[in-house]
Design a protein around this ligand. Structure first.
Ligand SMILES: Cc1ncc(C[n+]2csc(CCOP(=O)(O)OP(=O)(O)O)c2C)c(N)n1
Ligand code: SF4
Ligand SMILES: [Mg+2]
Length: 351
């Protein structure tokens, strides 16, 4: 069975957000994933983030590819726009949708197979173009849906459930995202909601290409000893560089933060990222140092999590292309087809 609707009844006194919506208004159908799958925790974090930000569900477009991870948009934001694309092709569909209507919030949900194996080219181009989106990879190191083959993020030397050793080198999507020019890069763990929810909230408000790699153990095929994407391995090797609080432009800062250990990063829309530094010398605004730090931690066997890089002045694809402020899908025929005289002028300018 792949689709189970949730009953609409709920407790009349559920907490409501500024729009008068409850958590239930951000849920989707009942998940058919394996009990304990990390992906369900990520869906819960997305629901929590959208509820806390009081996002109108019709303002969100969620897009995915193929895989257990790519099935998850059915299980959250049931009142939002959704598009389940072909395996590895979510980024190009998202790019096209974003170009047509810049006013929606674009949420791309993918797997490590979907983005690091078949869809690696698509992943790379969406990030290098700076598409304004939140791109989440639910990273379990395997193709969960097709029963546990190693994906391109599986570490060399890690062991499959049946004992095979992975002899291929692995891709680190965070390192790639930094190299490709993503303006917001983070890593988290599906089992750490306290870290993940604010990371998603800040990524939603970020006006550029935001990428979050979420280690999300596959309990059916990759949660055994010898796996480097299991719950146990993640708990033992997780090294958070910072803790993020997120404050929208509308909300005043009411909490006192200890000076020295905290940095407040203001974004263009007035929202603020409050970064509590766990690793005191980590600088999330230095792309090169972030890349070096990642490599050093990787060599030491640590999995770095937190907000790894943020550009205070991000630019997105629309800024690069200098498109009009009105969404293209809202322009009339006259504006989209200005006639042969205008075309002649453009052609003349190119001769
Ligand atoms: C073009 C194409 N090739 C192969 C497949 C088979 N297939 C379906 S899902 C999948 C891998 C999914 O892995 P991942 O993206 O990591 O998602 P997970 O199930 O682990 O969450 C593959 C190879 C397919 N559906 N389409
Ligand atoms: S096979 Fe793995 S990834 Fe797929 S639902 Fe089950 S636990 Fe999750
Ligand atoms: Mg996977």
């Amino acid at each position: 069975m792949t689709y189970l609707t949730k009953p609409k009844f709920h407790h009349p006194e559920l907490p409501k957000n500024a729009l008068g919506y409850t958590h239930r208004d951000y849920e989707g159908s009942i998940s058919t994933l394996c009990a304990g799958c990390g992906h369900d925790s990520i869906s819960a974090a997305i629901i929590e983030a959208c509820f806390e930000l009081s996002i109108a569900p019709h303002r969100v477009a969620k897009l995915s590819g193929i895989g257990c991870s790519s099935k998850t948009p059915a299980y959250f934001l049931g009142n939002s726009h959704g598009f389940n694309s072909v395996h590895g092709r979510m980024p190009s569909v998202l790019t096209g949708a974003n170009l047509a209507n810049r006013e929606l919030i674009y949420l791309g949900v993918s797997g490590d197979g979907d983005s690091a194996s078949i869809g690696l080219g698509q992943f790379a181009h969406a990030l290098r173009r700076g598409v304004n989106m939140v791109y989440i990879v639910e990273n379990n190191g395997v193709y969960g849906l097709t029963k546990g083959q190693f994906s391109a993020t599986a570490d060399r030397g890690s062991k499959s459930k049946r004992g095979a050793i992975n002899t291929d080198g692995s891709l680190d999507l965070v390192a790639l995202a930094l190299q490709l020019g993503a303006t917001y890069v983070a890593r988290s763990f599906s089992g750490d909601k306290t870290q993940l929810v604010p990371l998603i909230k800040a990524a939603i408000e970020h006006q550029g290409a935001a990428f979050i790699d979420v280690i999300s153990p596959c309990v059916a095929f990759n949660n055994h000893a010898g796996s480097t994407k299991s719950f146990d391995h993640m708990r033992e090797h997780n090294m958070a560089v910072n803790r993020l609080d997120f404050i929208t432009g509308r909300a005043p800062i009411t909490v006192d933060y200890a000076p020295g250990s905290v940095e407040i990063v203001e974004q263009h829309d007035g929202s603020k990222l409050v970064l509590r530094k766990v690793a005191p010398h980590y600088d999330p605004h230095d792309r090169l140092k972030a890349m070096t730090y990642l490599q050093e931690s990787d060599a030491a066997g640590e999995i770095v999590t937190g907000l790894l890089y943020v550009d205070r002045e991000p630019e997105d694809l629309h800024a690069h292309l200098d498109t009009v402020a009105t969404p293209l899908n809202a322009l009339g025929e006259q504006e989209l087809c200005p006639g042969s005289a205008a075309l002649e002028k453009i052609n003349a300018g190119l001769r």
